[in-house]
Design a protein around this ligand. Sequence first.
Ligand SMILES: [Zn+2]
Ligand SMILES: [Zn+2]
Length: 441
Amino acid sequence: MELSGLLGTSFACDCGKTHHVPVRRFVYGSGVIDSLAELVPGSCADALRVVVVADVRTWDVCGRRVEEVLQTAGIAVARVIVPDRRQGGPVCDDITVRPLVDQLRGVHPDLVVAVGSGVINDLCKWSAFQLGIPYLVVATAASMNGYSSANVAPTVAGVKLLIEARPPVAVVAEPSIIEQSPREMTAAGFGDTIAKHQSTADWVANHFLFDEYYCRFCAGIVTKLEPLYLDRPEDIRDGKREAIGGLFKALFWTGMAMTLMGTSAPASGGEHLLSHTLDMMAETRGENHDLHGRQVGIGTLLSAALYQRVLAINSPALIPLPVSIDERFWSVPSVVAAVAEQYGSKRARLEPIRKKITGHDAWDQLRTKLAAEVKSPETIRTWLQRAGAAVSMADIGCSRERIRSAILHMHEIRRRFTIVDLAWLTGVLPGQVDHLIDAWL
Ligand SMILES: [Zn+2]
Ligand SMILES: [Zn+2]
């Protein structure tokens, strides 16, 4: 079935579940902004008052045009420009969302129209959800897969959280805008998309070891789109229309797979932990971090290298995970408490599955399943290089010490089991950390 036919429907999946697709419209096409007013009533019948939310850059890219189109159609439009933070753009955290919620509450709109990519989309999804208002997003970059997701990943009191929210009623984008967005943003989207090959293996491991729910349809949702950007990754670097369009659609549908499952399992695994950890380190130390997808690309390379080493082990003798987290590393009390809770919960879950890893034939069964999903680090590195994405720790602004610290603490931040835990259990980490950095990062 054509994926677009699933929009706004519920369908019975081969996995046995009925999946609900909450996004009603997804339009990637020239001139879609000019017909935005037609989408608004279709998306939300009584959308008479609209707030357009942008930052200073996305306002110039197409925010002003969005406002004009809606005003011309007779819709009352208010405007919120989210302020920049530090030297960079806005940040999705509790400090930024509070005044945004207050501004939206003051207008009490029928619809929020987000004009932007990662941060603006997340801020609008989060604040609109808090106020129970639907939102629509006019995307300005193929930089991440969060447009269609039901979650927001903000920083609250220094801790990177995953907060449940509601997906937009519609996602629209014009190819010429996406193609002209900064190259590193498109390359970031590429990094976020290829993470899927590693995160699916983590999902399979969780299915095998913890009976986590697994859906083949959601895991393979973008398989048919992949040739558009993976056969010739340099088309992403060169801004070729077909490849960028394929990537944007893949980002939309990988985000949707997370929404269908109600978890981030289809598109996020151990590779994402590196990016989250770097973000948290930046937050607690007052430093900057790179784009999510650029960091995830490096995390995907690391995950592939970890899988390669772990799967080469013929009969693992499992080593206990360290008893507790490194409190000095996380330093801020609220962060220490949140990380310790996640880690403690994970350690408790690991005890019962030891036999599932080392039992008769179990390791070979698991290895075979995981090997069928993962890509080699050589393949990942070549894809990233050809797409013009970040390929080394230096590219994402990390010193050796910084990336080493992130690798050695990334297993502490989440309860969910990933390749990073398997690497610790099998002794690949921490022992081979320097070797991994030398070989791959
Ligand atoms: Zn399913
Ligand atoms: Zn991601």
